[in-house]
Design a protein around this ligand. Sequence first.
Ligand SMILES: [Zn+2]
Length: 131
Amino acid sequence: MKDLLWDEFQDAVQEGLVRHRSILDVVTKLQDSHVRVAGAVFKSATTCGCIRINAQKPQVPPDISLQQLKTYMDDHIEGELCAHCREVLEEEIGRVLFYLAALANLLDINVYDVLIKENQKVSALGLYHMS
Ligand SMILES: [Zn+2]
């Protein structure tokens, strides 16, 4: 059975989107929401300090398999988000979802259908998907 939560959300966004109905506004707001997510991540490191971003070139031996490569890749995050930074980031991710739903509405795309297709691709391709 199809989960209706996303469909309900898309409908609610459709109803709630009054001021920024133009595709131009919606695409701009969606891009802006992505920038805000990145800003929230960086502020967690540079303003709050609950996480540290410690990035360096990975030391990968030659001739290893893609499966082995995974173990040499680092997420470059030290520490954990504090409650405040988590709340801010969740809010910004929510904004991305809102404008993603708004864009999908304007172009008659059902994001839940996209999610199902993407899940099938990830499940089928595993490691090779978007690597
Ligand atoms: Zn924090």
